[in-house]
Design a protein around this ligand. Sequence first.
Ligand SMILES: [Zn+2]
Ligand SMILES: [Zn+2]
Length: 291
Amino acid sequence: MMSLLASHHRLAALLLQGASTCASLALMLAIFAPLEYVFSVRRAGLFAKGWSTNLGWYFVNAFTTTLLLGPPSVLIAWVIHAALPDQVTQASAALPLWMRMVLAMVVGEVGFYWGHRWSHRFPLLWRFHAVHHSATHINFLVNTRAHPIDVVFTRLCGLVLLYATGLTSTVGPNPTLIPALVLFVGSMWSFFIHANLRVRLGPLEELIATPAFHHWHHTYDDHKDHNFSSMLPFMDRVFGTFYLPKAWPAEYGTATPMPEDLIGQLLEPLARTPRPASPAPPKPAKAAGEV
Ligand SMILES: [Zn+2]
Ligand SMILES: [Zn+2]
């Protein structure tokens, strides 16, 4: 009887998650589809090459990220909190919530920046991250074209620093509030910076990541190893990887071979064939003017 109830609860939770995943997708479609239609960098429409693979990744990651991220983040949080001096925890606890939130965004971004940069630098990590860079047309849904191992790795890099600074340890009755907020705001912004939107924010582009900033990260030419930040471009300024001309990239993608279908992309990084880290493209591509 108990196990029947438990399986009913699991089924109900699964259905609820399925419904909220579909509702989130519908909301993002309602926001981005008309904007991308009117203000597109390139006219390609919603059903540009790779759209079904992106959609598949959206559902795969919606159901796997929390599941895969949960156990290692709980373990890391426990180990770090046990080792953290009380003074650090108390100093963080004394700060107002808004300041902890701002600091958490910056600290989380430092971790994410280096996790992302290492994903380009080290062949083992690049195997998984190359899935994200295999898109040759960029729109908001490309944000979800990412292997779960890649997603979990870069998020853990951000979370480790959050835990190590004590910013997450004493937020009222719910200590997961700050990491959850940082991850939520970060993932919402990630949809925006992938969007096929011809928006430029002038001097503000130094402060906050925009589609142009991240599209240059997806370029096929020599500037591909730039712009690793997800929200705060000054990280790239500080670490010498900022690149943001007035033009838009001429071509997107990577020289790393990658199957076009979802199952192929899920399995390719697990194959034993070694791949060079973020390899140089075979031919240089010229930057295009704003189209
Ligand atoms: Zn990347
Ligand atoms: Zn991207």
